[in-house]
Write a protein that binds this ligand. Sequence first.
Ligand code: FAQ
Length: 325
Amino acid sequence: MYAQMVKSEATNEDPEKLAAFQARIDAGEKIEPKEWMPEGYRKTLIRQIGQHAHSEIVGQLPEGNWITRAPTLERMAILLAKVQDEAGHGLYLYCAAETLGVSRDELTEALLSGKMKYSSIFNYPTLNWADIGAVGWLVDGAAIMNQVPLQRTSFGPYSRAMIRICKEESFHQRQGYDIMMKMAQGTPEQKAMAQDALNRFWYPSLMMFGPSDKDSVHSAQSMAWKIKINTNDELRQKFVDQTVPQAEYLGLTIPDPELRWNEEKGGYDFSEPDWSEFFEVIKGNGPCNAERMEARQKAWDDGAWFREGLMAHARKRAAAKVAAE
Ligand code: FAQ
């Protein structure tokens, strides 16, 4: 079903309609669900918004794992609120995808059958409390870098969902940085934990922006349609430029011996992540892929009785309505 939803097929769409659509995009207009759109545009949006929604939901797992082990009641309440926010983000995004004619159940089934992806980053483990700081600082930091421009994306429901999501992501990034600050200013052992978390999350965070531009299959078309606003490499560069001074302020070292300021380009030179690792992770061979999918499958199976209950109730109401007419 998902394959049918997103596989691009040769379309015989009216060239005049296509040109008029592109003119609306170029003029900065928002496209709304009931308006005409090329099939490829609709399918690209379903793929990107759906994968984004899945990332928010799967992304709850590495941090949710630490709620009951947070070091203080205050940290626990903050982390609980953050993880709940991620659930909300997933729901806004599933709703935005639903306006394109795909149901949340169909998207979930595509995730569970491995046909749809979610962000590579959530296939890495959170081993200790410092990792929760690193996730908030780096992972939410990378997410914001990617998502702020998406507030201007051309599809109305996606753009509006992103506005609300970005407000919440800023708080998430701050809470992560605050944890890192405490750890970095703590005992030598705590500082070492913060450094170790940075060492392990640095390159996976750089991978969140997707493959380098030369290997990005969707960027050119997605940017022409203003579904994406920037290339993967542009955003990765901005993230590095923003994050290096933050690491310096913490007194931590970015684990990249090649990292240096390049006056000419006005940004840092840095080492690329290991792209073979990235492609393995998105193929399902990362350290936690199987564990993450097992958790999502269990949640889906455990919720079956509830979904059936809702449908039974809806059917009963519909039957009563017909009987009353
Ligand atoms: N992981 O041609 P491109 C969050 C796939 S934020 C897995 O460059 P595109 C917040 C890509 O799908 C994280 N797969 O693709 C949070 C494509 O494969 P396909 C989510 C990846 O779409 C924080 C193939 O590689 N954010 O969750 C990744 O133009 C903390 C070729 O790539 C979003 O989804 C990857 N990192 O650009 C939650 C933002 N990168 O689909 C909880 C919206 C690429 O043909 C806790 N999405 N692939 O099978 C986007 O901006 C884009 O989709 C990109 C990829 C930039 C992710």
